[in-house]
Write a protein that binds this ligand. Structure first.
Ligand SMILES: [Zn+2]
Length: 526
């Protein structure tokens, strides 16, 4: 606790002062000597603040945007505060996050709406800054809840926003408190810098994205007027780094995969374990599962993934560039199979080109001397837009090829806690039917052109988000939604999302804030 407070104090003082030095190097040194760092920061604070204020003033007088370093301070600082509100879902505690966000937005003149839910711990937070109304609003959505942690597997306290080695550590650093901090900071900068706006800019901090009944679909039922917009920005695509730290590509998702689950049930005779019979339900289910384990769905590309893999072809060298080329263009099934095998060594790429198959529950037996009469397994699929669950069931029946195994729509067990199965099934159908968002909007164009400014010579591509998001409320109303995790990220950091020692680079937060702020100016300023 004490240690964390020390780090926190450094993070407050540090960026103003260190941003013009080498922040990462300085951070490493100071993290290892928090006592020294704190003293140095305190000593230099007075003169730093004067210098910084003078600098800020001169930038403003010249009509220039503040240097991006300034945003690194504010966004990283905000993120540490967000991580400290434990919004692990369940239970979520998003109402506490709403209260914190109100203290940030209200003083800047935003209209605030906190929408309570039937669960007093959960609330949605909406902050709106008015434009002149000549254009429809733009909305930035970020979920406030995060998944839980396996505390013993973390090397730092996941709920403290620890600053270490140039990173902010904590649950949600990537998914999606980092994005929440970037979106919030970029929106607040419009107010700070008094940018005259042609449209309202709406910031939404959501409840229950990671599971639960009171998500944005719930919010949209009675409060859609507060979240109605011309287009929205959400989580989704990645700004991927090369191993050398340079940015390889910027991907913006225009669609999300759908979350569907199937239940496999094998039945047999329930009897004493001393007299086994050939129809053992566990064996039958195990054979079915073994067949599915040896099977994989075929690649199924859509426009956004074709563009994405073509971008990868252009940004990689042989032999990978050839595999990407074949995956998109070849009509030879053998070549596509080889390309699939090689590309699929990357789990993310494997996932976005197909309907994925992941067993998540196994259930059988209740006594050590009883052969159970049934055994079941739940398999979670993440499906390409346009996939019909009945097609998936037929495909799996053909793979299992055993009439003793029943395959049905997943049922309640596969659903996130607190979810109503009927509402959920309705949402899945609606989400699967909603097509990808059009690229022909001012927001998409602004994202592309400002990516080119912030990350020169880096290709920008559409993307299919490999998981689901809570964008259904807008997508099903034909409102374009674009997704981005607004910070350059490495493969290694990406693997920590929903895992242990989740972290985001402070420099990346600064770049992301710069990108989103510039995008908002292009799309919303008069
Ligand atoms: Zn997320």
């Amino acid at each position: 606790m004490t240690k964390a407070r020390c780090y926190h104090a450094i993070s407050v003082d540090r960026p103003l002062w260190l941003a013009h030095n080498n922040p990462i190097e300085q951070q490493i040194n100071l993290s290892s000597r928090p006592d020294l760092a704190l003293r140095r920061a305190k000593q230099s604070r007075g003169s730093i603040l004067i210098t910084w204020s003078t600098l800020s003033l001169s930038f403003l007088l010249c009509g220039l945007a503040l240097p991006a370093d300034a945003q690194m301070n504010d966004t990283a600082q905000l993120l540490t505060e967000l991580i400290r509100v434990n919004t692990g879902n369940p239970p979520g505690n998003e109402a506490q996050m709403a209260a914190l966000l109100k203290t940030k937005f209200a003083p800047r003149g935003f209209e605030i709406d906190i929408i309570p839910t039937p669960d007093p711990a959960k609330a949605h937070f909406i902050a709106r800054i008015k434009g002149d109304g000549s254009k429809k609003p733009i909305l930035l959505a970020a979920h406030a809840d995060v998944v839980g942690v396996e505390r013993e597997k973390w090397s730092v306290d996941p709920w403290q926003g620890i600053v270490k080695d140039g990173y902010i550590y904590g649950r949600g650093a990537i998914d999606f408190k980092g994005g929440l901090a970037v979106f919030a900071e970029a929106v607040m900068m419009l107010a700070k810098n008094k940018i005259p706006l042609a449209r309202d800019v709406i910031f939404l901090s959501e409840a229950d994205e990671e599971g639960g009944a009171y998500n944005t679909t719930w919010l949209a039922k009675d409060h859609f007027d507060k979240m109605d917009c011309e287009f929205a920005l959400n989580e989704g695509g990645w700004i991927m780094k090369n191993p050398d730290g340079s940015v390889r590509y910027v991907s913006i998702s225009t669609a999300d995969k759908s979350n569907m689950s199937l239940l496999l049930t094998a039945r047999g005779t329930s009897t004493h374990s001393s007299m086994p019979r050939p129809d053992n339900a566990i064996f039958t289910l195990s054979k079915a599962m073994a067949r599915i384990a040896d099977y994989d769905t075929r690649p199924k590309l859509i426009d956004s993934t074709r563009e994405f893999f073509t971008t990868l072809e252009k940004t990689s060298s042989e032999p990978m560039s050839g595999y990407f080329h074949d995956l998109v263009n070849s009509t030879d099934p053998a070549k596509v199979a080889v390309a699939d095998r090689e590309i699929s060594k990357d789990p993310l790429l494997h996932a976005i080109m197909r309907n994925t198959i992941a067993p998540v529950f196994l259930n059988a037996g209740f006594r050590g001397n009883v052969i159970p009469g049934s055994a079941d397994a739940t398999i979670n699929f993440r499906a390409i837009p346009g996939t019909n669950i009945d097609e998936l069931i037929s495909e799996m029946k053909a793979v299992v090829n055993d009439p003793r195994v029943e395959i049905t729509n997943g049922g309640a067990r596969a659903l996130p806690p607190g979810t109503n199965p009927e509402t959920y099934a309705e949402n899945v159908r609606a989400a699967a039917l909603a097509g990808p968002s059009t690229k022909d909007t001012d927001l998409f164009r602004a994202l592309v052109s400002q990516s080119n400014v912030v990350f020169p010579n880096v290709p920008v591509t559409t993307y299919l988000f490999q998981a689901g998001t809570d964008a259904t409320a807008w997508r099903t109303r034909n409102i374009p939604v674009y997704g981005i995790y607004p910070y350059p990220i490495s493969n290694e950091d990406l693997s920590r999302m929903h895992g242990n020692d989740e972290r985001v680079s402070i420099t990346s937060l600064q770049q992301g804030t710069d990108l989103i702020y510039k995008t908002l100016r292009q799309v919303a300023a008069k």
